[in-house]
Design a protein around this ligand. Structure first.
Ligand code: MG
Length: 312
C-alpha cells in the first residue's frame, strides 16, 4: 500500500493509491467522513489501535483496523478510484510533526567526496552525525525549489530514504526497531552549502523554504524486505549524479533508531532521513549546484519518483 496526500475538489485529503497507481481512494470514502483528515493523524491513530490490539489479540487476521479496512477496500475491483490526473499530489505529510531527524555522512562515498576546511578528506564517522532540518511546509513531487539567491549561491540536492515512525518509544532495542517503522518515503534534502559550512551547525543551510521535498508516497512497511536494501538515485536534467543502495549505510536503521531513542522518545509520525550517497553537486570540480530551470529526479526502488523543478 502506498499512502499519499492529494488535493481533490479543493480539499487536501489523505488516501491510498490504487493497485495500478493510476488513481487514489481517499480515506473518507473507506473510513467515513469522521476518519482521519491527514496522513499524520492516520499514522498516530494507527499507533493507538496497534497498541490496544497488542494487549489481547495476537491473531493479525482478526484485527479490524483501519489498515485492514483499507487493504480490503483496494483489493475489491468494484471500488473505482479517483484518477490521479484529477488531483494535485502533495507531500505525503506536508506539515510535519516536528523537525526531521537527519543523518549526515552516512555513506562512505559521500564522506570521501566532502573535504574539510583544510582540503583533506574527512574521516569515516565513528558515531552517527545527527542534525535537525526544519520544514513548516514540505513540498511534494512537482513542487518548485526556490533558489533564494539573496541568501545563498550554492544550492545542492541529496536523495535520501526516509523512515516514517509508526510506533513511538524510548530506548528501543535494535532488534525491535523495524516494529516502530510505519513505512518509507523519498526525500530530497536540499541544502545551501555555503550556509551549511559558514554556520557550523547545519540547521540554517538545511531549512530554507522549499528545501524539503518528499514523496510521492509513503510505502507501507510490509512491501519492503528487512533489512532495507533499496536502490536509490538522483538525476539532474537527465544526468545521473547519485546512485547507490541503502545496504551501503554506515549506520543502518536498527542502529540509528536504537541509538537516537536512547533517552529521547520517538513519536508516531517522526521522520528519520538516512543520509545521502556520493555524487552531490559539491563533490564535483567545479561544483555542480542547482540552477534556474533544473529538473531534479530522485528515485528509490519500490517507492517511486520524486520530481522537482528549480524555479525559472
Ligand atoms: Mg542529507
Amino acid at each position: 500500500m502506498k499512502f499519499i496526500t492529494a488535493v481533490h475538489q479543493g480539499r487536501a485529503l489523505p488516501g491510498v493509491l490504487s493497485p495500478d497507481e493510476s488513481g487514489v481512494y481517499f480515506f473518507k470514502e473507506i473510513l467515513g467522513e469522521e476518519g482521519p483528515d491527514t496522513l499524520l493523524s492516520f499514522i498516530q491513530l494507527n499507533e493507538k489501535i496497534e497498541d490496544s490490539n497488542s494487549e489481547g489479540i495476537r491473531d493479525q487476521s482478526s484485527r479490524n483496523t483501519a489498515l485492514e479496512k483499507i487493504r480490503r477496500f483496494i483489493s475489491d475491483s468494484e471500488n473505482i478510484p479517483v484518477p490521479l490526473d484529477q488531483c494535485v499530489v502533495l507531500a505525503p505529510i506536508p506539515r510535519p510533526l516536528r523537525n526531521i531527524i537527519c543523518l549526515g555522512m552516512n555513506y562512505q562515498d559521500h564522506v570521501k567526496e566532502l573535504k574539510g576546511a583544510d582540503g583533506k578528506p574527512r574521516p569515516i564517522p565513528k558515531v552517527p552525525v545527527y542534525f535537525g532540518k526544519m520544514a513548516s511546509e514540505i513540498i511534494g513531487t512537482g513542487g518548485v525549489i526556490e533558489l533564494h539567491e539573496d541568501a545563498t549561491d550554492s544550492v545542492d540536492y541529496e536523495v535520501e530514504l526516509v523512515a516514517v515512525i509508526g510506533k513511538g518509544g524510548r530506548n528501543i532495542a535494535a532488534e525491535k526497531a523495524y516494529d516502530h517503522i510505519f513505512g518509507y518515503t523519498i526525500m530530497n534534502d536540499i541544502t545551501a552549502r555555503d550556509l551549511q559550512g559558514r554556520h557550523q551547525q547545519f540547521i540554517r543551510g538545511k531549512s530554507l523554504d522549499t528545501f524539503t521535498a518528499m514523496g510521492p508516497a509513503i510505502i507501507y512497511k510490509d512491501a519492503v524486505d528487512e533489512p532495507v536494501e533499496l536502490d536509490l538515485s538522483c538525476e539532474v536534467n537527465g544526468e545521473e549524479r547519485q546512485t547507490s543502495n541503502t545496504r551501503n549505510f554506515i549506520f543502518d536503521l536498527p542502529y540509528v533508531i536504537s541509538d537516537f531513542s536512547k533517552g529521547t522518545t520517538l513519536q508516531a509520525g517522526d521522520f528519520i532521513a538516512t543520509g545521502t550517497p556520493g555524487g552531490v553537486g559539491k563533490g564535483f570540480t567545479p561544483p555542480k549546484y542547482l540552477k534556474r530551470g533544473d529538473k531534479v529526479v530522485c528515485k528509490i526502488e519500490k517507492i517511486g519518483t520524486l520530481c522537482n523543478k528549480v524555479e525559472e
